[in-house]
Write a protein that binds this ligand. Structure first.
Ligand code: F6P
Length: 418
């Protein structure tokens, strides 16, 4: 058995398949006889020395993680500042790592987490502590640099496309005497990838969604309302998909839920659909329904994409391989070899090229009029939602999800006073 422990932590917004990555990490490490600890609630658990030993998990439990949404070990939003600015926290992390003989640190998150993993690796080097830090990609926002796509996105994209297609049938049936406009709000903060995925719901000129609003384009309310009205007149109803992150020309979020910020400094979004629905009703007089799927889109494991699941498993396996091979400060990434039939492989990218970068939709993916996706976007998005990775269902009609005991190991260091 190689000396040392592997520490795995989940970070930021969880996804339908982040636990599949955890499952692959644990299985791959077990195959190499490496003990895996998981930090409870991400980096916070590492700071607090709240570490869960995964050794007692049965093989069946570890396998079941691969079809269980949420974050089995808990996640957190905690952004560490620069090495100088948050020195005490980084030193505490190293102290905890030393106390538990952690030689490999796998941080499963987005671009902020890649930054944290990079800084931890830099401090370890400064202290001469032998530690290999790996970033493991995930985010439904699909905004990580250096990877063709992010595990978690494909499943959220599939949920979005499926839901918009289904709702569109509902509205079409009701439109003559009742609802004429339906507004669906997609997550994605500054990047319109999920809103774009809704475009897969239909391909014909008058298929829903009729209008997509991207954060990459300034929101023009008068132009939007005129288009909604025109679609209602032509088609009989109108399905709108709005990204939570759309902004007006002066840069302000259309939906800024109370102006609160998380510890990453991100504004909490959510509410754009209700705002737009109100404007459509007041300005045009159409009956409107709207939906804020919110966490539903992030956790919809019941309709996960098979391709996404395979990506999530592959980055988990690759992360363990990189770690044990001593490839420090890297992230396994997905590389696309072909669109159709879809082919891909895993490669390795330096963390410094992932940390803090945000990949928005390329210009060529948004239609010239700004309200829909192009053929190039379709070619990119289509393979990511393919295949259905259904979880097993129990006799009660519900998915059979596993719950991990979050009991932590006995602390060996003084309590963290952070
Ligand atoms: O993880 C990304 C994301 O899902 C964003 O699309 C969304 O705005 C945000 O997380 C919500 O974060 P939280 O769950 O911390 O409020």
């Amino acid at each position: 058995m190689p000396a040392g422990t592997l520490l795995y932590a989940q970070s930021g917004g969880v996804t339908a398949v982040i636990n599949a990555t955890a499952s692959a990490v644990i299985q791959s490490a077990r195959a190499r006889k490496v003990r895996v600890l998981a930090a409870r609630n991400g980096i916070l658990g590492a700071l607090r020395e709240e570490l869960i030993d995964t050794t007692p998990l049965t093989a069946a439990q570890v396998r079941a993680l691969a079809h269980t949404p949420g974050g089995a070990f808990g996640s957190c939003r905690l952004k560490l500042k620069s090495l100088a600015g948050d020195r005490a926290k980084y030193e505490r992390l190293l102290a905890v790592f030393k106390a538990h003989d952690v030689r490999w640190f796998l941080y499963n998150g987005g671009n902020d987490s890649a930054d944290t993993a990079l800084k931890v690796s830099q401090l370890a080097a400064e202290f001469g502590y032998p530690l290999t830090c790996i970033g493991v990609p995930k985010t439904i926002d699909n905004d990580l640099a250096m990877t063709d796509c992010c595990p978690g996105f494909g499943s959220a994209a599939k949920y979005t496309a499926v839901s918009v297609r289904e709702c569109a049938l509902d509205v079409a049936a009701m439109a003559d005497t009742s609802t004429k406009v339906f507004v669906y709000e997609a997550m994605g903060r500054h990047a319109g990838w999920l809103a774009a995925a809704a475009g897969l719901a239909g391909a014909g000129k008058d298929d829903a969604p009729h209008l997509i609003l991207f954060p990459e384009r300034p929101f023009d309310e008068a132009g939007f309302l005129a288009r909604v009205d025109a679609v209602v007149k032509r088609v009989g109803h109108c399905v709108v998909v709005a990204s939570e992150g759309i902004r007006s020309a002066d840069g302000r979020f259309v939906a800024d839920a109370g102006g609160g910020k998380d510890s990453f400094g991100h504004t909490q979004l959510g509410g754009v659909a209700s705002y737009l629905a109100g404007r459509v009703k007041d300005a045009l007089g159409h009956k409107v329904h709207w939906a804020l799927p919110d966490y539903l889109q992030r956790s919809a494991r019941h309709i996960a994409s098979q391709v996404d699941l395979e990506h999530a498993l592959a980055v988990g396996r690759a992360a363990v391989q990189c770690a044990l091979a001593g490839q420090n400060a890297v992230m396994p990434v997905i590389v696309r070899d072909a669109d159709a039939p879809y082919r891909w492989h895993v490669d390795i990218a330096p963390l410094e090229r992932v940390a803090n970068h945000e990949k928005t939709m390329p210009k060529g993916f948004i239609r010239k009029d700004g309200y829909g996706i192009t053929a190039a976007a379709r070619r990119y998005l289509q393979p990511l939602i393919e295949g259905e990775a259904f979880p097993p269902f129990g006799r009660n009609g519900l998915p059979d999800y596993v719950q991990v005991d979050q009991a932590v190991l006995r602390r060996t260091l003084p309590a963290w006073q952070g």
